[in-house]
Design a protein around this ligand. Structure first.
Ligand code: GLN
Length: 485
């Protein structure tokens, strides 16, 4: 059962070959059997899942079912879920029971999805290895001595081990695509504004975007269709109709399409095994009739430094709400108000979050605002302009998602700069607000490699179509780590 895609599981549900209750129990049983070795879940909502599955079965029986009704799914613990702990991977919110649902959670529930639980993540989504979580690191199902990527590492590990057929994630600088790449999955970061951010705990609001982590592009298309759309509660959400992304999958024809390979994404620092797998994927697209050309994104090297001014600046502001007063962690016996603030924040936040808050506060301070924050905003424009120019020459941009396959737990933990470079190919996309997708394209040293497709604004459907075309020719997305088959 667990080796099937959502599309296949739904066919089984509709034909009564299996019930949502059976399916849900099967995945809950896998979580209890395997998750002690992975640590991919922070909370498992077993009773609620069983009740939701029974309700889905009733909907299936009356014929009132959509393509996700009865399908189990895990939510990243950054999404507020009513009545359920929503920790964001932090001690700060370890005691926080959300009084409301995020729009993404609400829409999934309306579609009849069965929530299995909440997945582990880097604290406040800051990280590329899932090692900054207050709940401990997540392990990669392909090799448990390695990281699953971050910050949606719990979602990726859970889906890779088939403890859930799919999961939600969020991507501020690569946190859907990079863990999808390191775990052999298909992950989409939609166009900024496509999916509501309401109830998604904010890290850097101008960059954050929610999206699906699934095994196939078809499943990602099903999930995006249910998740996306205008939400009056998010002022940056776009008033634009949502197509049926799955119905459109076959509309994208590879033949005649121009694919651009950015020169800057194939240079120093790219692992040779990753480069080989990506080049083989390019050959598949060539065989399908694509025209492949080189393209340049000259400001690529500025993306990481720009991001590490913009993202910390926004996070220092967003995280100021955690003050020990209104909700979340509060220190024991504060002496006065200042002591309450200082110790609640000092004890509630981990080291990486504090580092970002300090950088952000510094770059926004009166004396340094022009030199850092304003400068970064200008660079952000240059980076967006690179893409705008490239999309006058090509239809889609293709490259690696991450420079290396999954690295060892602890390998980069003491060196933030090396860790930040994990996102060298993903970050520019968030600065520009573009959609991008990672899909599995082979292995290097026994570990999955991710291929990244970057599209122009609202080309989410085209990216899914291109990934689907590739997945009809290959079976990398069908591979499951031996222990979890
Ligand atoms: N790794 C990047 C960071 O630590 C991106 C994280 C994300 O996309 N949430 O900021």
């Amino acid at each position: 059962m667990h080796s099937k895609t959502i599309a296949e599981l739904f066919a089984d549900l509709r034909a009564r070959r299996v019930s949502s209750s059976e399916l849900t129990r099967h995945f809950l049983e896998r979580i209890s059997r395997f998750d002690s070795g992975l640590n991919s879940f922070i909370s498992v909502t077993e009773d609620a899942a069983i009740a939701a599955a029974a309700a889905a079965d009733r909907r299936l029986a009356t014929g009132d079912a959509g393509p996700l009704t009865g399908i189990p799914l895990a939510h990243k613990d950054i999404f507020c879920t009513r009545g359920v702990k929503t920790s964001c991977g932090s001690r700060m919110l370890d005691n926080f029971i959300s009084p409301y649902d995020a729009t993404v959670v609400e829409r999934m529930e309306q579609a009849g999805v069965v929530m299995l639980g909440k997945t582990n993540m880097d604290e406040f989504a800051m990280g590329s290895s899932n090692e900054t979580s207050w709940y401990g690191p997540v392990r990669n199902p392909w090799d448990r001595t390695r990281v699953p990527g971050g910050s949606s590492g719990g979602s990726a590990a859970a889906v890779a081990a088939r403890l859930a057929p799919a999961a939600t994630g969020t991507d501020t600088g690569g946190s859907i695509r990079q863990p999808a790449a390191l775990c052999g999955l298909t992950g989409l970061k939609p166009t900024y504004g496509r999916v509501s951010r309401y109830g998604m705990i904010a890290f850097a609001s101008s960059l954050d975007q929610a999206g699906p982590i699934a095994t196939s592009a078809e499943d990602a298309a099903l999930l995006l269709t249910a998740m996306a759309g205008f939400d009056p509660r998010d002022s940056t959400s776009l008033e634009r109709p949502v197509p049926d992304y799955r119905a459109q999958l076959d509309d994208t024809s590879v033949a005649g399409l121009t694919i651009g390979l950015p020169r800057e994404y194939f240079g120093d620092g790219l692992d040779s095994g990753v480069a080989r797998a990506v080049e083989e994927a390019v050959d598949v697209y060539r065989r399908l009739g694509a025209n492949v050309v080189e393209v340049s994104l000259p400001n690529s090297a500025l993306a990481v430094p720009t991001y590490y001014v913009v993202a910390p600046a926004e996070c220092s502001s967003n995280l100021s709400r955690f003050d020990g007063v209104r909700f979340g962690y509060r220190c024991e016996e504060p002496l006065n108000l200042i002591d309450l603030y200082e110790r609640s924040r000092g004890e509630g936040f981990g080291a990486e979050v504090k580092r970002r808050i300090m950088i952000g506060t510094y770059v926004l301070s009166a004396g340094y605002y022009d030199a850092y924050y304003l400068k970064a905003q200008r660079l952000r424009r240059l980076i967006s302009d690179d893409f705008r120019r490239a999309f006058t020459e090509v239809d889609v941009i293709l490259g690696p998602t991450a420079p290396t396959p999954a690295f060892g737990l602890g390998a980069k933990q003491d060196d933030p700069l090396t860790m930040y470079l994990c996102d060298i190919y993903t970050i520019a996309v968030n600065l520009a607000g573009l959609p991008a997708l990672s899909l599995p394209c082979g292995f290097a040293g026994g570990l999955p490699v991710g291929l990244q497709l970057i599209g122009d604004y609202f080309a989410d459907g085209r990216l899914l179509g291109l990934a689907h075309a590739y997945q009809r020719e290959t079976d990398w997305h069908r591979r499951i780590p031996a222990e979890y088959k």
